[in-house]
Design a protein around this ligand. Structure first.
Ligand code: NAD
Length: 267
């Protein structure tokens, strides 16, 4: 069902968290994996080992800082030489919770740069070759915050709403590329709710502090406010959905945003 043998996937921010979960899922279906992120040599080596153990026939590490357009361009040129990007997962993201009044220009620039502008650059550079091959997949890891807002997240919500819009435009521009047999070129967003990774640890710790440092109580508090299932999503579960979107069977699923949020955005 999910044979990605012969395909190459770039997963940004895949040295940990959701990105690593997605990279392992794609590796498990036989894709070559470009692991990417800001990482120590040890963390990069561990991620490469994890995707290889999951089944990747080849894996390479890229460390482009996504706030730097020239670094993105250099990485995409290297990837073109490595065989090109068939599957592009724009996953890297940063988050800072701060009120609109207290947010400064540097915070805005960094959050928009990593969560939105980087995806614009990787997509504009990777997608023409996807169309040429008749197969391509862009999976953008947005958020429930690309669909609804929360207080104290102006830069993050703006970036994620922007990513959803960018994905729809790209889906339309490439909708007719390829065919059913080749798999076509699709662009979709996954919109996770609370998913237990380092990204949300500061928010968990802030809630835990309200409960005498009890982390489990902090998690329960976060979930009860927004996520009706009262369960976190695991990174492997996001990986399984990304993998399905990459299969040729999903050739007509494009321009969508799929929440994995325990009912958050159904409310
Ligand atoms: P994480 O903090 O565990 O991982 C983030 C990754 O992004 C890391 O690999 C890091 O190296 C990379 N990164 C950050 N800044 C970078 C930069 N300047 N250049 C290159 N790489 C950079 O976070 P996560 O929870 O796995 O988040 C992955 C994606 O999922 C993000 O886009 C995030 O917004 C989204 N998301 C997460 C949740 C959640 O609850 N965890 C919910 C909704 C959406």
């Amino acid at each position: 069902m999910n044979d990605l043998a012969g395909k190459t996937a770039l997963v940004t921010g895949s040295v940990q968290g959701i990105g690593l979960g997605v990279a392992k899922a794609l590796a498990g279906a036989g894709a070559r994996i470009a692991v990417h992120g800001l990482a120590t040599p040890e963390q990069a080596a561990e991620a490469l080992e994890a995707v290889t153990a999951a089944g990747a026939p080849e894996a390479r590490f890229f460390d482009a800082d996504l706030r730097d357009v020239a670094a993105i361009e250099a990485m995409m040129a290297e990837l073109a030489d490595w065989g090109g990007v068939d599957i592009l997962v724009n996953n890297a993201g940063i988050q800072k919770t701060v009120s609109l009044a207290d947010a400064d220009a540097a915070t805005w620039d960094a959050v928009i740069g990593v969560n939105l502008s980087a995806a614009f650059h990787t997509m504009r550079l990777a997608m023409p070759a996807m169309a040429g091959r008749g197969y391509g997949r862009v999976v953008n890891i947005a958020s429930v915050h690309g669909l609804v807002a929360s207080v104290n997240k102006a830069p993050y919500v703006s970036a994620k709403f922007g990513l959803v819009g960018l994905s729809k435009v790209a889906a339309l521009e490439y909708a007719a590329a390829g065919n059913r047999e080749s798999g076509g070129v699709t662009v979709n967003c996954i919109a996770p709710g609370w998913t237990e990774t380092e990204l949300i640890e500061p928010q968990i710790q802030a809630r835990a502090a309200d409960h005498g440092g009890d982390r489990a109580a902090g998690v329960a508090d976060l979930l009860s406010e927004k996520q009706p299932s009262l369960r976190m999503t695991s990174t492997d579960e996001i990986g399984a959905l990304a993998l399905w979107l990459c299969h040729p069977i999903a050739h007509n699923v494009t321009g969508t945003t799929i929440p994995v949020d325990g009912g958050w955005t159904a409310q």
